[in-house]
Design a protein around this ligand. Sequence first.
Ligand SMILES: [Zn+2]
Length: 320
Amino acid sequence: MFKRIAFLLLLAGGVSRADAATGDTIVAVWKHNTRGAFTMSFDDSMETHVSVAMPAIIQRGLVGTWFINPGLARHRKHSKVWGIDGPKNGQEYANHTWEHKGAKDYQEADYQIGASARYIWALRGPDASKLLAFASGGGTTWTISDLEREEIKSRYHSITRSSELSARTDLGIDGDKLIAKARESIDEGRWVAIHFHGIGGEWLSIDSEGFIRLLDYLRDNKDKIWSAGWSAAHQYAKERDHARIDLLERSDARIRIRLTTGLSPELYAEPLTLITQVPAGWSVVAVKQNGQSKPFHARNGALQYEVVPDRGEIELQPDR
Ligand SMILES: [Zn+2]
């Protein structure tokens, strides 16, 4: 625990543990105070995503970012998996356009991007962010200007996806190389994003044994790597970098904090992990915000918890 806090304070430029006073609060660099974030994208609503990748990811408590094409027959064929199983298990969906075919004019481009965004928004809860990771689709042609495309993308709250590695066996990528990439997120304390097409079949595919080895590694290292959706990791980093913490009250009975970012609450809704120094006697602590209360456990005078910024005052009280 001490090592983790020391590492965190070093990165956050905060005060050292010995100088910490009740109410002192920092934002963890990554969610759950992990050391790095790792995003796996899956493009094209593929059959092997439904049959192999998503079940294996859900089974291990991980998160994939699924760049779906809801207008394609192969997507509609698995409407239960895409429409119910994925959202229910915390999977993130991203805009890969309605049918993966580009657009010949402005109106068609608006439909290809807009219909896909509306499909995904309808599957998210009312309090969820509207920010969607976006990739226009390899091999597609868009006969509209770049300016027009950017205008449409921004109307549907798109953030452009980037990727450090295309996980394909034909490019020499195997389980060892995938795990090495995940390890980079720990060693370098940063967000690493890679993308997949087929898993053990279909196009641009990776061998499924190597893929499963990566998932096992991520499952076994959950305390060090945050398996993050693309939009979620983007939101976290931006909220963290804009976070301002005001200590409103500190006593042995109560701590009150304000956490603000100045970002749009409609787009930035990812919980941040905060670590607050609390009185030594506190064990179970009720974290209250916006009329809701959740219990968290303090350890060695430090309370680690999750709250969404810009949603009102945060109040911490020992749960006696
Ligand atoms: Zn694609």
